[in-house]
Design a binder for this molecule. Sequence first.
Ligand code: AMP
Length: 527
Amino acid sequence: MDDTRQVFGIDLGTTYSCVAQVDKFDQAVVLKNFEGNNTTPSVVYFGSDNKVIIGQEAKDLLALEPQQAVSFVKRSISEDEAYNKPTKFPNGLDPTEISAYILKKIVKDARDAAQNPEPVKKVVITCPAYFGTKERLRTRQAGEIAGLEVLAVINEPTAAAIAYGMKVQEEKLIMVYDLGGGTFDVTIIRVNGGTITVIATGGDHHLGGVDWDTALAEYLLSVYNKEQNTSYSLHSDEGFKNYLTLTAEEKKKSLSARDTVKAVVTYEGNSSKIDITRAVFDQLTEAKLDETIDKTREVIEIAKEKGFTKIDEVLLVGGSSRMPQIKARVDKEFGCDAKLTDPDECVAKGAAIYAVNEAFAQAMEEYAEGDRDEKPQMIAVANRTRVINVTSKNYGLGCKIDGKDMISNMIFANAPLDGNCRAEEDFFTIMENQSAIIFPIFESDVNEKEIERDVASELEKHTLTLTRKWPKGERIKVVFEIDIEGILHVHAEIGPDSIDFSLKLKGVKDDKEMEEAIAMVAKSTVE
Ligand code: AMP
């Protein structure tokens, strides 16, 4: 097989992860894990003797030994606190390292299933569209810690549209409604002869299937309490809570196929048999469904403001989209016939197609430069998909406005990352005899030109030491540029002095920390 196919697409999900590859028939296929399943629970259990268990077994151990297991780590990937050790996670690990363990296990299983001549190292990993720069870099680092070469980190809905977009040739506006295990994402995309442009995106990374599980778990507990004349709460005992949510998740999935299911709740020797109807389940979870609809409307509004008013297709993605309530409500609210295609697998498959494209482009470049003897074999799915993403946040420079510390936003959320995402602005020295200039860079969700600093997070601060002293009011030219992967590059100049930096973010590991993490993960056995 041509080596440009020796790449994986990875959907690193909040609750489940999935790996796919483009096979010799040019079809993106999911690679089964060791247990024979297409998806692996993103749960990590730290056993004794340096052994790390990932997947279903770890998920089963969540109820028994909650302090040794970690779930929903993706929800914490943006948290800085987790980097101040000792962390809330076992063994003092941080979310990037824990994510690396998940990647190590799923790639190991995928390699066994794929039986490629060489173990695959090159991967494309997906993340929610609204992830900021820091979360994207941490996702990339998780891959590198797992010993992988990360060709790109792309948006989940974009990957879904790639998997789907391969089938559409004419121009279409597609809305991807992605309700996963722990995150919700809506993205409006234009597909046009193989080019995919993200028009607008939004979401909530604390909204997903787990909230439906919690609502059902609370209901099961209330019925149990009533029958047994007890007053336990979901917070009384972590093991019991995990047991109830696991039961709820199982019953929720059954309710996607059946109108009524039975659950047995056993605690401290007493059992209750509880009937759950789909109608009751839908009622219990209606508020969560409403939240997704509100978010969807917001994203539709952004697209409208950009002149994109007619949505041609609605795609339902993410395992939770299997709940019949989702299609019913989306169809009703938006007057469409939403498609539910491969909701658990299309993200990984799209990532695999993207990965082949990247690998093919890389190989062609090597061939052109004489670093490769053989011309790479043409692949039917290669060279056909071009992705243009949009920024998920607003980026600005900290400056003084009317004497007050403020931020002047330069690049706004939803700007196309087409290689021309660039903004230039003039700033001015603020005092006489100024001999240095500080450049604090901020990221925020506030879509206005001038904003207060407390609504944004400071990503990084750089200082330009000047070779001469400047008077107050001298012009400083500042350029922000975001590359196609969403990494911000800054250039600033005043007279002969200039500074250039690409954002290396707080909470993103430096070279030494990466080396340590790579060594640590490499020596652990994952199962
Ligand atoms: P994802 O993050 O896309 O893998 O989605 C995982 C979520 O989908 C979890 O919350 C699962 O419980 C949920 N899920 C998977 N299959 C079903 C199903 N048949 N019905 C309802 N929810 C499901």
